[in-house]
Ligand binder design. Structure first.
Ligand code: NIG
Ligand code: FE
Length: 416
């Protein structure tokens, strides 16, 4: 692919280093060729002989790696305002689920929705996420729980990746819950998903990774073993929603599977964390769900940090437990509710989130990386974790293409 050669001038680069420190460099230029960062450095040291098709003056704006939202359930129909009201009146998430609300109600609405309606709903959300700086968004299935609807969701997710708002990575979440009315056992259901449904979805090019909800109200580690083994045999990275509501002891299974990520982890103890560390698994922290469910137990960030487990931050966007679209707000919550530093939050939404998706080509500003960038009207990288309910985003670049510009702000700048 050969896009235009772009030279971004007057950039302040905000990035993170492997030891989670913040990098903040003024007076930088970034040269983009073939959708990749071909060069970056002080403008004063710009190599001679660059032949950009277009130069863009950023006026000292902050440029960070494009944000990576590595955990969302973006494609669904219906809302769960009723669940929200019941929870405010004192019901627990588990009670609402067993009473026919929860995941089952979103499954019913998603099965009934047309592919076009699902696409339009998710496209609007993706556009808003892009407006908060996301350039890569992972999308899980899991609101179908039958072959036809899981495929419908993943087809919509793939289509969303093709419209130039953000790159989309797809995850099969057949093991999200038992399908309502299913007569046979959990093992039978997972075997069917892993051995019949998954291979077909893969052959259609619809799946990049495989996820499961490891919880008392969903699936246990013994049942999940066959499901994960099938995914591994088919060459896909695996991940899990782990220890969101209680401790499950699933860390050992995930470590054995070499899981790319373990997500939530509110109830994970020291042993689970050591298992994740041994497998190089990324801990994906989802403060939106913690906040929305009014959880009181936060993931043990101090132990994750001490064990050297890379921490990512994501929105977990879904209608039931985290109707959150702003990754910067998730970063803010990760700092205030979970105790991350702003540097850890930024790394969590860039380099470590990319790693949770098995993507080594993005998440940092470096030569040879994809030119996925977010440009902000912000003075320092820590400021991205500071705002609440407001995004200072100016524009994003996805693989070197400008895919969003806030026209109001551009107009205002042109007037000055
Ligand atoms: O990540 N925990 C399971 N899955 C979602 C919630 C899904 C739902 O309630 O619709 C989550 O929080
Ligand atoms: Fe989730």
């Amino acid at each position: 692919m050969t896009g235009p050669r772009l030279l971004l001038r007057g950039a302040a680069i905000g990035d993170t280093t492997a030891d989670s420190g913040l990098v903040h460099l003024q007076g930088q230029a970034i040269y983009i060729r073939d959708g990749l960062i071909a060069w970056y450095g002080p403008e004063a040291k710009l190599p001679s002989g660059l032949r950009p098709d277009q130069e863009i003056e950023l006026g000292a704006r902050l440029v960070t790696p494009g944000l990576v939202d590595c955990h969302t359930h973006l494609v669904y129909a219906g809302k769960r305002v009723g669940d929200f009201v019941h929870r405010l009146a004192g019901s627990r998430y588990e009670e609402i689920s067993s009473g026919g609300g929860g995941i089952a109600s979103t499954v019913a609405a998603t099965r009934a929705a047309s592919e076009e309606a699902l696409f339009e709903g998710a496209k609007a959300r993706l556009e808003r996420m892009s407006g908060y700086g996301a350039t890569t968004v992972e999308i899980k299935s899991g609101y179908g729980l039958d072959a036809r609807t899981e495929e419908k969701i993943l087809r919509v997710a793939r289509r969303l990746g093709g419209i130039g708002i953000a790159e989309v990575r797809t995850t099969f979440l057949g093991a999200h819950a038992m399908p309502p009315g299913y007569q046979r056992s959990k093992e039978d259901y997972l075997r069917e998903m892993a051995e019949e449904v998954l291979p077909r979805l893969i052959s259609e090019g619809l799946v990049d990774a495989v996820d499961a909800f490891c919880a008392e109200i969903a699936f246990g580690t013994k049942e999940l073993e066959i499901y994960y083994l099938a995914a591994k045999r088919l060459g896909l990275p695996v991940k899990a929603h782990l220890d969101q509501l209680t401790e499950t002891g699933g860390g050992a299974l995930l470590a054995r599977m070499g899981a790319a990520s373990a997500d939530h982890l509110e109830y994970s103890g020291t042993e689970t964390i050591a298992e994740l560390a041994s497998a190089g698994t990324v801990a994906v922290l989802l403060p939106g769900a913690y906040y929305f469910l009014r959880e009181s137990r936060a993931p043990d960030v101090a132990t994750l940090r001490a064990a050297g487990v890379p921490m990512a931050v994501a929105t977990d966007h879904n209608p039931g437990t985290s109707p959150l679209e702003s990754l910067p707000l998730a970063m803010n919550m990760a700092c205030l509710l979970f105790g991350l530093t702003p540097a850890e939050a930024l790394r969590g939404a860039t380099a470590n989130a990319a790693r949770a998706l098995g993507l080594a080509d993005r998440g940092a500003i470096a030569k040879g990386m994809r030119a996925d960038l977010a440009v902000w009207d912000a003075d320092t990288p820590a400021e991205l974790s500071y705002n609440i309910g407001f995004s200072p985003l100016h524009s994003t670049f996805v693989k070197g293409a400008i895919c969003r510009e806030d026209s109001r702000r551009t107009d205002a700048n042109e007037r000055t």
